[in-house]
Design a protein around this ligand. Structure first.
Ligand SMILES: O=P(O)(O)OC[C@H]1O[C@H](O)[C@H](O)[C@@H](O)[C@@H]1O
Length: 306
């Protein structure tokens, strides 16, 4: 569908479709509760701001690259049908192909509270089929308002069991990574990817003074990002996801990546974000018998620090 057809079929008072950066099509949502843009490539949410916040809650780099087949630095990349490197094929893309594949719009709705809901379905092609030869449907439903809800639904339409890894690799806007803390993971086991994959246990809040790349397993807890600089707390509540990934590249790695940009304060965009990712990875990958369906749901919200 082109932009005109998308607007005819799915346009809503708070939703229009337009061509934007990288000649890609975006769903642009602006309602009484909040605003967001969602790229049809990847069903990738590239920013969300509740109306009561001056700063976005979902961060996107001002140096992000947009274009066919490129993954966008920031927003809510969808990692599917695997998280991280592929288990056996090193040539397959990290975090799967969902974030660089076209999705189609399947529906839209304005809810009674004024929130806007848009549904997307991943469009398999020869490349995705070669990397994942399974009849598996992947849908994303974004509900945008004063909070942001994302449902990632996997349906196994195959005749055999299918195993998937997945995550909503969300970049959250914070004032300064050195002052932020992530709570909700105290006592959880994690795989420390910056220490050779060693298994450790979290003690207290996660604080940051260098690169952090951790996959917390077997935890369904809500996480909070305490941000004294912006004076707010971001709440990340999930269901259907047993893993939480916490990631900051810190300076050296971010500078090698070239798409983090200088950030608002000019000290590096990496200082102004942290990824708290909700999903099912490593020990928590999901096996679906023929005909089974699985939903990962995450709700993001922000509140003032008391
Ligand atoms: O650069 P990307 O492919 O988007 O991945 C960015 C990061 O994603 C996750 O958080 C992984 O745990 C990291 O190891 C990875 O570096």
């Amino acid at each position: 569908m082109n932009v005109t057809e998308l607007n005819e079929h799915y346009g809503q008072p708070g939703l229009r479709f337009a061509e934007g950066a990288g000649e890609l099509i975006y769903a642009e949502i602006d309602n009484a509760g909040g605003s967001a843009r969602i790229c049809l490539q990847g069903a990738h949410i590239v920013g969300w701001r509740p109306k009561d916040q001056t700063e976005p809650v979902v961060w996107v780099s001002d140096q992000a690259k947009y274009g066919p087949g490129k993954s966008i630095r920031g927003g809510v990349p969808v990692c599917w049908p695997w998280f991280g490197p592929h288990a056996s094929e090193s040539a397959f893309p990290g975090h799967g192909f969902a974030r660089t594949t076209m999705w189609q719009v399947t529906g839209s709705e304005t809810l009674a509270d004024g929130a806007t809901r848009v549904g997307f379905m991943l469009m398999p092609n020869d490349r995705t089929h070669a990397q994942f030869p399974k009849a598996c449907r992947c849908e994303l439903i974004a509900t945008v308002g004063a909070s942001l809800r994302v449902d990632l639904v996997t349906s196994n339409l195959d005749t055999e069991t299918v195993t998937i890894g997945e995550a909503l690799h969300t970049y959250l806007r914070i004032g300064d990574i050195a002052d932020a803390a992530v709570t909700g993971l105290d006592g959880s086991e994690y795989v420390d990817k910056v220490d050779g994959g060693r298994r450790k246990h979290q003690a207290g809040a996660v604080m940051f003074s260098g690169e952090v790349d951790r996959v917390y397993v077997n935890t369904e807890s809500e996480c909070l990002i305490e941000d004294p600089v912006l004076g707010r707390r971001i709440r990340i509540a999930k269901s259907g996801g047993r893993s939480t990934v916490v990631w900051t590249p810190w300076q050296e790695k971010a500078e090698k990546m070239a798409d983090f940009g200088p950030g608002r304060a000019g000290q590096g965009g990496w200082r102004e974000m942290v990824c708290v990712e909700s999903g099912n990875a490593l020990d928590d990958v999901v096996s679906l018998a023929a005909g089974e369906r699985h939903t990962l749901s995450v709700i993001y919200s922000a509140e003032a620090l008391a």
